[in-house]
Structures are given as C-alpha cells and as structure tokens.
Design a protein around this ligand. Sequence first.
Ligand SMILES: Nc1ncnc2c1ncn2[C@@H]1O[C@H](COP(=O)(O)OP(=O)(O)OP(=O)(O)O)[C@@H](O)[C@H]1O
Length: 267
Amino acid sequence: MLKIDGLKKTYSTGDEALKGVSFEVDSSEIVAIIGPSGAGKSTLIRCVNRLEEPTEGTIFLDDVEVTSLSKKELRNARRDIGMVFQEFGLVDRLTVMENVLSGRLGYMSSLNAFRRNYPEEDIRRAREILSTVDMAGYEDDRADELSGGQRQRVGIARAVIQNPKILLVDEPTSALDPETSRKVMELLIDIAQEEDISVLINIHEVHLATRFADKIFGLRDGEVVFEGLAAELDESAKDKIYRGEDPEQEVDVSDDSELQSTDIKEI
Ligand SMILES: Nc1ncnc2c1ncn2[C@@H]1O[C@H](COP(=O)(O)OP(=O)(O)OP(=O)(O)O)[C@@H](O)[C@H]1O
C-alpha cells in the first residue's frame, strides 16, 4: 500500500506545487489524479519515486519509508515502483526487446548490467509481456520505427517487467489520439489487474479517469479538493476541481466555456 502524508514540494523558484497532500493507494487499486494545468499532478507522481525531492512529508510503500532512503537504498526501492511516462521514455536506437529488458537492469549486477547480459528467464518474460500488450512480432524493431500507441505499449511492458508493486503513470495518453488513448488505457489496466499491481495515474481526460479508476483524487493549487469514487465525480465536484468553486455556495455555472478548455479534455 502507498501512503502519502502531508506531502509538500516547493521548487527553488518558490513555486509551491504541493501544499500538504495526503492520501493512500491500496494494493491492486487503480487511483487517478485529475486537476487543471499546474495543479501539481506531475510533481506528485514524480515525488513518489523521488524523481523530485519532496520538501516535507512522508511517503511509505508498504513498510518502506521512501522519503528517508539514501541514494543507494532508493535504487533498490525503485524496483518496486514502475514508471510510465508521457513521452514514453524509450531509447530510440534500441530495439523493442532491448527497451523492455532495460526494466530488469535494477535487478542485475553492475557487470551484467553493463554487458546487457540478461538471464534467459527475463527474455522469456519480456516476450510474454510483449504478447500481452499486443506487441508480439515487434521484438527486433527499433523503438523509433513505432507509432505513438505502440511506443506507449512498450513503455508499459518495460515498467511491468520490473515486477513493481505500484505503477506511477504520468499522462500516458496525452501524446495519443482518442481511440489509441482508450486502447492503451485498457491494456494498462488489464495488465495491472492481471499482475496485481496498483496504479497511480495522472490523467487529463476525465472520462478515462472515471471509466478506469477505482478512486479519483482532484488536485487544485497543490491541494486535494476531491476524493471519491468515479461515480461521485459529479458536476459540482468538477467545478470545485477545475474552477475552485465551492459547491456548497450558490454559484452560476451555466456558462461552462472555461470548463471546456484544455483543463478537461472530454473527447
Ligand atoms: N521544475 C520546476 N521548477 C519550478 N517550478 C515547477 C517545476 N515543475 C513544475 N513547477 C511548477 O509547479 C506547479 C505544478 O506543476 P505540475 O507540472 O506538477 O502540474 P500539473 O498539474 O502536472 O500540470 P500539467 O497538467 O500542465 O502538466 C506549477 O506552478 C509549475 O509551474
């Protein structure tokens, strides 16, 4: 289980991206973070595996306090935390197979990692996962020969072969067209459920969040302003997240032109 408590992040520029965020992601749970541009969603995701160093607060993954680990300890802990990036994060000149297998580097000795001396079992598993994400037959293709949707499926395979407890997913579909986005999300959720991996996903498209997530957190100005089930994300909750309006107060929301801007990419 992932437990985040009082997480704050202030960048050196003085930007307070997170102002005391607390929440939990249970085992095997799919949790989506939504919110307007600049709300702190990416910062939050990146703080969990300390790609960004939190300023304050604690993060526990099961009984490991990620926030207090040394650099060396963090390297081991990161094996439990898979990451899927917006821009796929593949090495263009490497093949699909090499990109997927790179997810195993954290488990290998420095020498074997340097020689890319992967065990047979890893190669077998890579083929299996590539088949699950519908990429069988592409093993020897270079990453830069693939479409965006195919690249993201390889990115997912690379994260899953790590055998993580949780997948951190940062805007996985923002570089993809709507139909490909839906397919990639389906594959991501299917494989996470099959492999019993929790997912914390930063996603722009509200309809994808409500369709695929068990629980949704709405972030605004570095604070959690909504927490609930997908079915509970009604219009007043969306107003609170995207416009900062308190639904308890009488407000005129008849003009939703602002809501239809890039903050909510309802496709
Ligand atoms: N490296 C950085 N240095 C300084 N400020 C930053 C940095 N990264 C993000 N910020 C600021 O922190 C705040 C939160 O940014 P973040 O990217 O986490 O938001 P977001 O919700 O993911 O936005 P988007 O949906 O547009 O990607 C913003 O005010 C942003 O300008």
